[in-house]
Write a protein that binds this ligand. Structure first.
Ligand SMILES: C[S@@+](CC[C@H](N)C(=O)[O-])C[C@H]1O[C@@H](n2cnc3c(N)ncnc32)[C@H](O)[C@@H]1O
Length: 351
C-alpha cells in the first residue's frame, strides 16, 4: 500500500506532501535569490507564475527565470507531488502499475514524479525540453542518476506519465497509442476540462480502457464537449504541509488544506470488473438532505441521504460506492448502517 496516503472509512484521503526539510529547500532557493525567510517574496513569485499559467492559452514554463524556478520548488512541486501520490494510491489499489516496468515521464519538469514516488521500482525515463528544468531535477536529486531521453517511444510494456503537461503540449494523443498504459494528471480548471475530455475520448478511440477514476467506459456524465462548462470531473485530497508552507500561504489568496486535480489511468488491457460508482461531486448540504453526484455510467445520478437517517457524516469526493442494483439502495464500503441510509435521485433537475 502507498507510503504517503491514508484513507478513512468515508473515503477521505490525507496525503503527506513535502519530503524535504526547510533547510534543504533553502539550499535550493538561496542561489536563486529566494528563501523561506522571505515568504512574501516567494508568494509574489508563486502568484505571478500561477497567473501566467492561467492566462496564456498554451504557455511554456519559462524555466530560465529564477523566480519561476523558486516558485516551482516552494509551491508547485510539493502540490504536484501530493497529486501524484494520490493518483498512485488509486492505481496501486487496482493493480494498475504492476505490468509496467518502464515509465516515460513526458514534460518531467524538476522530476516531480521521482520526488513524489521514490518507492517505484520501474525504470523511469524523463523527457524534458527545457535545460533549466533538467538542471533543477539534477540539483534537487543529487544522489540519483537521471535517465533522460529525447524521443518519445512507447511499447506495450511501457507506461506514459503526463503530469500537468497537456496545457503545454496538447497534441500528445497520437504518441500515446504506442504505450501500454497512461497516467494523466491535469489541473481541475474550467480551461483544462475540454482538453482533458478530448484526451479521454482519444484514448478510448485508440483502444485504451479506463481504469480510474471512471468506473465505466461510457461517455462521461460531466462531458463538456460542445456544452456550457458547469462542472468537470476532479478529485480532492487533504494535504499535510509544514509551517514554512503555511507562512507562504499567508500571502496567497488560496489556502491548500485540500488540493484538487483531474486524472486518468488508462491501459490497453481491461480493468478488473468494476461494480461500484464513484462520487464525483462534493457534498451538497440542503434542507433535510445531503446529495452528492455519483458516476457509474453516462447518466448524472445523485446519491442522497436524508437528515433523519443514521448516517451523519460526509463522504469524500472520489469515494467508491457499491450500488445494490435494482433495489435502489446503494451501499458504501463502510458500514451496514450507512448502507441503509442511502437512496438514489436519478437525473436530478440540476443536471
Ligand atoms: C507544468 S510543468 C509540469 C512538470 C511536472 N510534470 C510536474 O508535474 O510538476 C510542464 C513541463 O513540460 C515541459 N514540456 C512542455 N512541452 C514539452 C515537450 N514537448 N517535450 C518535453 N517537455 C515538454 C515543460 O518544459 C515543463 O517542464
Amino acid at each position: 500500500m502507498s507510503l504517503f496516503v491514508t484513507q478513512d472509512n468515508n473515503g477521505f484521503r490525507q496525503v503527506e506532501t513535502i519530503p524535504y526539510s526547510e533547510s534543504q529547500l533553502n539550499a535550493w532557493l538561496e542561489p536563486l535569490g529566494f528563501s523561506t525567510r522571505q515568504p512574501q517574496k516567494l508568494a509574489e513569485a508563486i502568484l505571478k507564475l500561477s497567473d501566467w499559467y492561467n492566462s496564456q492559452p498554451e504557455p511554456l514554463t519559462s524555466w530560465q527565470n529564477p523566480s519561476v524556478q523558486a516558485a516551482y520548488l516552494a509551491y508547485f512541486l510539493p502540490l504536484n507531488m501530493a497529486r501524484l501520490r494520490a493518483v498512485y494510491f488509486e492505481g496501486e489499489q487496482l493493480g494498475f502499475f504492476k505490468p509496467y516496468k518502464r515509465w516515460v515521464d513526458i514534460g518531467s519538469g524538476p522530476a516531480t514524479l521521482l520526488h513524489a514516488l521514490p518507492q517505484v521500482s520501474a525504470t523511469i525515463e524523463l523527457v524534458e525540453s527545457h535545460k533549466n528544468a533538467q538542471s533543477l531535477a539534477q540539483n534537487t536529486l543529487p544522489g540519483r542518476k537521471l535517465n533522460w531521453t529525447q524521443t518519445i517511444s512507447g511499447t506495450p510494456q511501457s507506461l506514459a506519465v503526463l503530469s500537468y503537461v497537456l496545457g503545454e503540449t496538447p497534441s500528445l494523443a497520437e504518441v500515446m497509442a504506442s504505450f501500454g498504459a497512461i497516467m494523466i494528471l491535469e489541473p481541475s480548471t474550467r480551461e483544462a476540462a475540454p482538453r482533458f475530455q478530448k484526451m479521454r475520448s482519444a484514448l478510448l478511440a485508440q483502444g485504451f480502457h479506463l481504469w480510474a477514476p471512471c468506473p465505466h467506459q461510457e461517455l462521461c456524465p460531466l462531458r463538456q464537449l460542445n456544452e456550457k462548462i458547469v462542472d468537470w470531473c476532479h478529485d480532492r485530497v487533504a494535504v499535510t504541509t509544514p509551517p514554512w508552507f503555511a507562512n507562504i500561504e499567508k500571502f496567497l489568496p488560496i489556502k491548500n488544506r485540500t488540493v484538487t486535480f483531474s486524472y486518468l489511468l488508462a491501459a490497453k488491457t481491461p480493468p478488473p470488473a468494476m461494480s461500484f460508482g464513484r462520487l464525483v461531486g462534493d457534498a451538497l448540504i440542503e434542507k433535510g438532505k445531503t446529495r452528492q453526484l455519483l458516476c457509474q455510467g453516462s447518466e448524472k445520478i445523485y446519491l442522497r441521504w436524508l437528515k433523519r437517517t443514521k448516517f451523519k457524516g460526509e463522504l469524500s469526493r472520489g469515494a467508491k460506492i457499491k450500488p445494490v442494483l435494482l433495489s435502489g439502495h446503494p451501499e458504501i464500503d463502510a458500514t451496514d448502517e450507512q448502507m441503509r441510509a442511502f437512496s438514489f435521485e436519478v437525473n436530478d433537475s440540476e443536471g
